[in-house]
Ligand binder design. Sequence first.
Ligand code: FAD
Length: 479
Amino acid sequence: MVDSRPENVSYSSVPSGRHKGKTHITIVGAGIIGVCTAFYLTRHAKFDPEKYHITILESKRVAGGASGKAGGLLALWAFPQQIVPLSFQLHSDLSQEFDGEDEWGYRRLTTLSVQGDISGQGIKGKEKSANTQQRKSAVTKNSIQVKSDLETEPSTLPESLNWIDKEFIKEWNQLGNEQTTAQVHPYKFTTFILKECLKSEAVELLIGKVDDILFDDETGHCNGVVYSPSSTKAVYDQSIGKKYELESDKVIMSIGPWTTKILPDCPISGLRAHSITIKPKEPEIAPFAIFSELKTGPRKFASPEMYARKDEIYVCGEGDTTVPIPETTDDVEIVSEKCDELLNYVSCISSNIRNGKILKTQACYLPVVDIPSSSGPLIGETNVPNLYLASGHSCWGINNAPATGLLMSELILDGEAHTCDISALDPSLYFDASLIYDSENDSEEVEEEEDISGDTEDEDDDENEVDDNDITAAFRVRQ
Ligand SMILES: Cc1cc2nc3c(=O)[nH]c(=O)nc-3n(C[C@H](O)[C@H](O)[C@H](O)COP(=O)(O)OP(=O)(O)OC[C@H]3O[C@@H](n4cnc5c(N)ncnc54)[C@H](O)[C@@H]3O)c2cc1C
């Protein structure tokens, strides 16, 4: 079994019991959305650690999905416009407060769209089918929203852009400048913010996969979740293979592309996308984000996106619908040919990349909202009282995470979102959250509350600040 412990983050398999006697808020999913939600809850004026407790449940690893493998571009022209300006500003504020420049690579940058022809370079391109074109707008950020913000391009590419071979670029446009675009390293950002949350005694992280939502038989309201511990630690503390009912006053589902695995009527699906990171030959790489449209042959095009980070270049490709979303982030299949293809394309227009070194090849799933009239995300309470959704952030989840977290904190602690009008993102407009999968365990009798405080502690794990033995009657175990 893979150790799911995120670097230097304390976690447990079973609850500490600190939620007992408090309003218990369970957040499912430790991607950027779940983590920002926890963070802004703890920041809310009404959040009193004596009265509230937050449990974050993550099935495999913190930021193990798109939140750790995304490009990290932030843009004022992202969508949906109801929340983008707020989120862009919150990113800037967080960076100022916590030294984001050093901690997670926050910086302002210039964003360009370039068109080039690499067809003479013997590169195999993939002819875009109508389907690919249609899905592309769901993945790439260089879509309609961007066009209105085009700035008039000077005749030559900016002098400072030192990692693109300009002879292959036929046309280009500036999409954003340092006032309108910025970037973060999504993995570093998410893990940093989580660590900030965990400094509060009021927040704990459990590594376990949520299998079901619990409903009160009489009222139909959501009152908790059922989860199965899934970390290495669960082997030591003997919680592996068991299912726990975690009672909660509020449950927030922030599991991105996995949403329909728990809420089958929810119109959110997963779209796989590959990406690579490269250590360029020349270490000085000017801060540019580049959306490319490269002609690779007759009627063949490719559209890799490239983001210069301080010490690497990140490249991602278009989405593919060939493989349905697997059980967990650890099971995501990486097709090495797709990563090679990406490298080949960008090598054609950048000798600095061509002569550099591949650092990572990876794939993850984008949470796409399948509603014709909305690009998402869906943020708010579902039609099941106390069950909330913050999911479907498409290709702008990194940008929109802080605003989502702030708005979720208002919804939970004030009863309504007042910083922005997010009525159009209300999940209850779009699906019925009371429809759930029949779990094979539904027919199982729930065992009486069981004292398993004799379970062994994980002696190997010094990071574990949570006392696994402090197991209270606030949850029940079934196996
Ligand atoms: C290639 C690519 C590039 C991108 N680039 C950008 C960009 O430049 N800028 C931008 O703003 N956005 C970008 N995005 C979009 C952004 O990455 C996503 O919108 C965002 O990460 C979604 O975050 P999330 O927390 O909703 O989902 P995720 O990151 O998928 O997190 C969901 C978490 O839930 C956990 N989980 C799932 N099921 C369960 C369960 N049953 N129980 C417990 N836990 C569970 C998963 O393990 C996972 O950790 C990009 C996306 C892709 C794919």
